[in-house]
Design a protein around this ligand. Structure first.
Ligand SMILES: C[S@@+](CC[C@H](N)C(=O)[O-])C[C@H]1O[C@@H](n2cnc3c(N)ncnc32)[C@H](O)[C@@H]1O
Length: 398
């Protein structure tokens, strides 16, 4: 362990970036990003520690500079150092929020949720005995050692891995593959979510295989599965299907990707449950076929990605949601439940409800909201950071 050590070369601010009045207003409200067009003077290399100042020289905080679509990420609102003790204190504060507050028998959770835990651009996920630190940009790399030290001190994991978050705004920068920072990782790990087992691959980047941000929504649904049929569309590795089957539902699990469905089958098996129907197919095609066959389901769950391409067409979570809802309502009998999710940060909860309403109108089926869910406690959303509340999860009776 190296706690107490300063970060070589980045301990104190190397220089200053002067920001305009617009950025000053947002920084004073607690928003942690400065955009390139908001910097009026000063230069820094990615990863440099810089002071953020107004044109009049008033200090607005200490940040790490970057050269992408973000010019600087502010870590503190004073002139103090970004040293190991500071990083350790921030990670410990995040741990305090979660300690004793996670549901029982839950070993997949988030220790640090970036801007929402005052560590901009940094996510730390716990997958059983392994931990993954995910950075938004290489400019954050100077903080890796103190972050890993803090994680080691708090959790003593068997391995710490580093992953990078792909950002569609940084198209020209390829996303490097995940790598081992410390310890000896194992490729597959069995984790639990409120007692339900899932097999995850912590070192697989975006293919880890479980979305713990959905935990509370799966929990809300649990009492409502017994004796019901579920059509789970865009099902990925089947987490909702497994959770529903464990509570006595009969499941049909649809995803474009056969490898994800193979992992869903392994998740069912891990819980001693039969797999139900697993269909490698486009969700719209499956809906169309079920409608023509007259097949109906008590609950239809929609959790599409933001964007996708397949031989059957292109999907956009902003443009096509209404169309998806109206298609889903055609396989839902009166009284059935539509369960709709979106993780697009650009779609506000209000706008999402508008998209559901548009689909409901098109199908001529009024919807009544039963539950309006979002993220669990380990994915907090800072009010001064609107992007923090990204998850919409709405359950409606048709
Ligand atoms: C956001 S993930 C779903 C997460 C899942 N509900 C869970 O809780 O684990 C989106 C999934 O949609 C799948 N997918 C993308 N386009 C699709 C399409 N047109 N039809 C079916 N599945 C699709 C992807 O393969 C991916 O597994």
């Amino acid at each position: 362990m190296n706690s107490g050590r300063s970060i070589p070369g980045v301990y104190r601010a190397a220089g200053a970036l002067t920001v305009n009045g617009y950025s000053e207003k947002w920084l004073r409200q607690g928003f942690p990003w400065v955009y390139p067009n908001e910097v009026t003077a000063g230069q820094a290399r990615p990863g440099d520690v810089v002071r953020l100042v107004t044109a009049g020289g008033v200090v607005l905080g200490t940040a790490l500079a970057d050269d992408g679509w973000i010019a600087a990420r502010r870590f503190r609102d004073d002139e103090g150092p970004l040293d190991a003790a500071f990083i350790r204190a921030r990670v410990e504060a995040a741990w305090e929020l979660r300690r004793g507050a996670l549901p029982p028998d839950t070993t997949a959770w988030r220790l640090v949720n970036a801007e929402n835990d005052d560590l901009p651009g940094i996510r730390i996920d716990v997958w059983g005995t392994q931990v993954v630190i995910t950075l938004d940009a290489a400019a954050l790399s100077p903080l890796l050692d103190p972050l890993a030290d803090a994680v080691e001190a708090i959790l003593s994991p068997r391995a710490i891995l580093l992953a990078w978050r792909p950002d569609p705004r940084e198209k020209e920068r390829p996303t490097p593959p995940p790598r081992v920072l410390r310890g000896a990782p194992q490729a597959e790990e069995r984790v639990t979510e409120r007692g339900v087992a899932f097999l995850v691959r912590p070192g697989a980047g975006k293919d880890v295989g479980l979305f713990p941000d959905m935990r509370d929504n799966r929990a809300w649904l649990e009492p409502h599965w017994q004796g019901r049929t579920l059509l789970n569309l865009f099902a990925h590795t089947g987490a909702f299907s497994v959770s529903a089957a464990k509570q006595g539902a009969e499941t049909v699990t649809v995803d474009l990707s056969q490898p994800y469905l193979d992992r869903a089958a392994a998740n069912f098996a891990e819980n001693g449950l039969p797999s139900g129907e697993l269909l490698a197919e486009d969700s719209f095609k499956a809906l169309d076929r079920f409608r023509r066959q007259g097949r109906r389901f008590d609950r239809v769950l929609l959790d599409p990605p933001g964007h996708s391409h397949s031989k059957d067409g292109t999907w956009s979570g902003e443009q096509d949601y209404g169309r998806l809802v109206s298609a889903a309502l055609r396989v839902l009998p009166p009284g059935g439940w539509l369960i709709a999710a979106s993780n697009l940060g650009s779609v506000t909860p209000h706008r999402f409800q508008g998209m559901l309403l548009a689909g409901a109108r098109k199908a001529g089926r009024p919807l009544r909201m039963l539950h309006d869910g979002s993220q669990p406690l380990d994915f907090p959303a800072a009010l001064q950071f609107p992007e923090g509340r990204f998850l919409k999860f709405v359950v409606c009776a048709a």
